[in-house]
Structures are given as structure tokens and as C-alpha cells.
Design a protein around this ligand. Structure first.
Ligand SMILES: *[C@@H]1O[C@H](CO)[C@@H](O)[C@H](O)[C@H]1NC(C)=O
Ligand SMILES: *[C@@H]1O[C@H](CO)[C@@H](O)[C@H](O)[C@H]1NC(C)=O
Length: 442
């Protein structure tokens, strides 16, 4: 399923745009000549990609493959206004046009034609997530992740970060865990000849990031955090429980998550009970099989989200996207393009065309590799609506600042989730924040 066609080889041959017709002809011949070879190489890549040890923030657990990239739309790419102007060298701060759009929008809804933006927003304006008439990127550029609330979610790197970087295209990809990061890492390496290095995210670089629908992402975040902090997980885990000494460096803040689950096999027996296996003596099928858990795992997630205050993630994978994409002061890092993983394949194809020319095309869409994925271990169909709403509330900063509309399950009910727009005197622009900050649920 992963890589097909000779796209990788073509990319290597054609790093810049300055091609003439002759070069193209030569390339075409070369491509044809290498076609057989590429099939072979591709096959090897595809097989070896499977066995490669996953990097730290690779998806260990993902929603099933068929759920992702399912929505095919004809418009293949969404670049914010900021992105377009930014490729011409504008800085990260929002464009004057954005301020005009916001001014007009709030005026219309308040029926107040007179005031200036600072006056108008001296009383904060509350609105529904996803309704701000700005692109995801422009919305993000107005965001503020208050460090007094989100300090544990902020990325300590600030605007200097280790990122896959392509010198040829002056293109950096900021990786957000559980938001298509292994796909992105793969694409940068194989299509853009990128390498991971520390870069300063500032003009004239092109800086892109992918973000994901927050509720769907939370399921992946939680499961990744779960397996990485499980008592049986030995490496890189402060909560590892040494069976010989019964000692732990730190006590897990949510011990009930692992009640009666003391080893990976115990865990596997919960989502893949022996009675459900075709061969009860083999665990092989458990890796890729749909979860057969009876709600044991879903109940634990429910309890966790009701007790979690949203402020102190017990594992990095629980960090929200917007603070991860912000500086230590809570303001957004420099980004020139923001994509969401909904259409990751189309977006990557369009990105490749834009940087390498229209004649650069993957042989087909399968030129975009997906990260290694396993089915969810907890059955998300068993997660209560209340728990899902609670997740939307915890992740409200991502809904508001990335202008994602709330999923249906989070819309109804007496507790309405809103975003807050006020005026930022320091930055002299409108400022987006969640309407409420995460608290322990009462
Ligand atoms: C659900 O599964 C767990 C372990 O996997 C088991 O201990 C429990 O009895 C089961 N509950 C029901 C209601 O079947
Ligand atoms: C996510 O991306 C797709 C395609 O790129 C786009 O159609 C959709 O509107 C985007 N979602 C949001 C919330 O911007």
C-alpha cells in the first residue's frame, strides 16, 4: 500500500525548477529507463519502511487506515491567506486584511457600525468554534496560549527547533505528534531531500505544519500516552515498574488506568481476548485486529478525561497542538502554511507540485506514505457522549485557535463551548482564546 511509482527517484533528479524542455525530455527518458528499477526500489522501500524502528513521536497507534484520508475532495489544498502572502516574504503577524475581516464580522453581529476594533473588543466577543471567517492559518496567527494555563503544553524549543528541513526549498516541517508526523517525516526525506536539523523558524524560510481534528487526535494521543507510560514499558518511561524490586522512579498520576493490567500480554488480552482469537494460542492476529474490548479500556479513558485538568499532561503525547506550535511566551511560531490531516494525501501532492513544479507529480496518490498504524485498542464506539464532550472542552484551545468546527457530539447539551475574541494591546491585533480554560471537572 505505501510507496508506489517512481516519484522518489524523479524527485532526486529534479531538485530545482529551472528546467528546460531538454532537461524535461531527458528526465522523461530517465524516468522510463528507471521505471523497472524504481518498481524494484519502491518495493524494497515499502517493505523496509514497515520494519524500520519508529522514531519517538511516530504513531504507535492510529485510527484504522481506512478511516483516514477517506474524504476525497476535488479542491486538493487549503492555504491560508497568510500563507500566500507569506511566500512573498510577509512576517507571521496577521495581515491588515484579517483585522478588517474581523472588524466587519463583529460589527455585523453586534450591529455596531461605529467602533474601532480595540473599542469593539474591549468587551470580548464569544463565538462558536469554526465560525470565524478566517483560514486556519490566519486564525492560528491570532492565537494566544496563555502560559499561566498552558505552560506544560508549550514547546520548550521556542522558534528554534529540530525539524525535517529541505535546504533546496528552504522548507521546514514542524512536526506535531499524532498529527501526521510520520507521513510528514517520510515525505520530507524522500520527496524533498530533507534532513532533520535545528532550524530557526523565521523568514525567508517556508514553514509548514499539519494539524488534526482535535477529538480524533485525542484518542490517538491517549493510547500513545497509555502504552508509553504503562508499568511494563521499560525504556524511556519514568513510570516503569521494575518487577524485581517493585520500584518505580515516579508514581503514575492515574494508576487506575493499569488496574489488573500488569504486562503487555494482560493488555492484549483485554483488547484481544483469547476467546475471540481464531487460534487462542497465538497472539499474532491481535496486532492488526479490530479491538474486541468490552468497555474496560473505554471506561478508563472516560474516568481519565473527567479527572484530568487538561493542564498537566502525564506524557508529551497528550500536549495540545496550538501550544506545541507556539513560543514560550504563548504566541504562535512563524508558520507560512497550515494543513490539516483530513486530506493529507492531496495536500502533500499539492505541496510537492508547488515546490518542485507542476510537472513533478507522484505517479499516483499512493506516492504519499502513511505512518505505520494499528487499530485503536479501546473501542471508541463505547466512549460515552459526555466523555467526548469533555474532550472537546479540554482541547478547546485547538478548536478555537485552529478554527475547527466542533464535532456534532460536542455541539448539543446545555454547556456550550465557545471561543473568545478580544483585543491584544501588545500585538495590536485581535486575539483568539478558548472561551473557558481547562479545569478539574466538578
Ligand atoms: C470485560 O473484560 C474484562 C477483561 O478483559 C473482564 O475482566 C470483565 O469481566 C469483562 N466484563 C464483562 C461485563 O464481560
Ligand atoms: C481541512 O482540509 C481540507 C482539505 O485540505 C479542507 O477542505 C477543510 O476545510 C479543512 N478543515 C478546516 C477546519 O479548515
Amino acid at each position: 500500500m505505501p510507496v508506489r511509482g517512481g516519484a522518489n527517484i524523479i524527485a532526486k533528479q529534479k531538485p530545482t525548477k529551472c528546467s528546460t524542455r531538454n532537461v524535461l525530455k531527458f528526465l522523461l527518458a530517465l524516468t522510463l529507463g528507471l521505471f523497472a528499477a524504481s518498481l524494484f526500489v519502491t518495493f524494497n522501500l515499502a517493505t523496509s519502511a514497515k520494519s524500520v524502528h519508529p522514531p519517538v513521536d511516530t504513531n504507535l497507534i492510529e485510527e484504522p487506515r481506512e478511516l483516514r484520508g477517506k474524504k476525497k475532495s476535488t479542491s486538493s489544498i487549503e492555504i491560508g491567506q497568510g500563507a500566500v502572502s507569506n511566500s512573498n516574504g510577509v512576517t507571521t503577524s496577521s495581515s491588515p486584511d484579517d483585522e478588517k475581516i474581523i472588524l466587519q464580522w463583529v460589527r455585523d453581529q453586534r450591529n455596531d457600525k461605529s467602533s474601532s476594533l480595540p473599542d469593539l473588543l474591549s468587551t470580548p466577543f464569544m463565538y462558536t468554534p469554526g465560525s470565524l471567517p478566517l483560514s486556519q492559518l490566519s486564525t492560528f496567527q491570532h492565537c494566544y496560549s496563555d502560559p499561566s494555563i498552558y505552560s506544560n503544553h508549550l514547546n520548550n524549543g521556542g522558534s528554534k527547533r529540530r525539524a525535517p528541513y529541505s535546504e533546496n526549498h528552504k522548507l521546514a516541517l514542524v512536526l506535531v505528534p499524532k498529527s501526521g508526523s510520520s507521513t510528514g517525516r517520510f515525505m520530507m526525506k524522500h520527496e524533498f531531500e530533507g534532513e532533520e536539523k535545528v532550524v530557526s523558524l523565521e523568514p525567508p524560510l517556508n514553514v509548514i505544519a499539519f494539524v488534526r481534528e482535535p477529538l480524533s487526535r485525542f484518542g490517538s494521543q491517549y493510547e500513545e500516552a497509555y502504552v508509553r507510560t504503562a508499568p511494563w514499558q521499560k525504556s524511556d518511561n519514568p513510570f516503569y515498574l521494575d518487577p524485581n524490586t517493585n520500584m518505580q522512579k515516579n508514581q503514575h498520576p492515574y494508576t487506575y488506568l493499569f488496574e489488573n493490567i500488569h504486562s503487555y500480554h494482560d493488555y492484549e488480552d483485554v483488547f484481544c481476548p483469547p476467546s475471540t482469537r481464531t487460534n487462542p494460542n497465538s497472539r499474532k492476529e491481535c496486532i492488526d485486529k479490530k479491538s474486541a474490548e468490552n468497555g474496560t479500556l473505554a471506561r478508563r479513558l472516560e474516568r481519565f478525561v473527567s479527572e484530568y485538568d487538561g493542564r498537566s499532561p502525564f506524557d508529551v503525547h497528550l500536549k495540545f497542538q496550538v501550544p506545541l506550535l507556539s513560543d514560550n511566551d504563548g504566541y504562535p511560531i512563524y508558520l507560512t502554511e497550515l494543513h490539516n490531516t483530513t486530506n493529507s494525501e492531496e495536500d502533500w501532492t499539492a505541496i510537492a507540485k508547488r515546490y518542485m513544479g507542476d510537472d513533478h507529480a507522484f505517479k499516483n496518490k499512493d506516492g504519499v506514505i502513511e505512518g505505520r498504524s494499528y487499530p485503536r485498542r479501546l473501542n471508541s464506539e463505547l466512549v460515552s457522549r459526555d466523555a467526548q464532550k469533555r474532550i472537546c472542552e479540554l482541547a478547546l484551545i485547538d478548536y478555537c485557535c485552529l478554527n475547527f468546527p466542533l464535532p456534532e457530539v460536542c455541539v448539543d447539551g446545555e454547556k456550550q463551548l465557545t471561543c473568545k475574541l478580544d483585543y491584544d494591546e501588545t500585538k495590536k491585533r485581535a486575539r483568539v482564546q478558548p472561551g473557558i480554560f481547562p479545569q478539574k471537572e466538578k
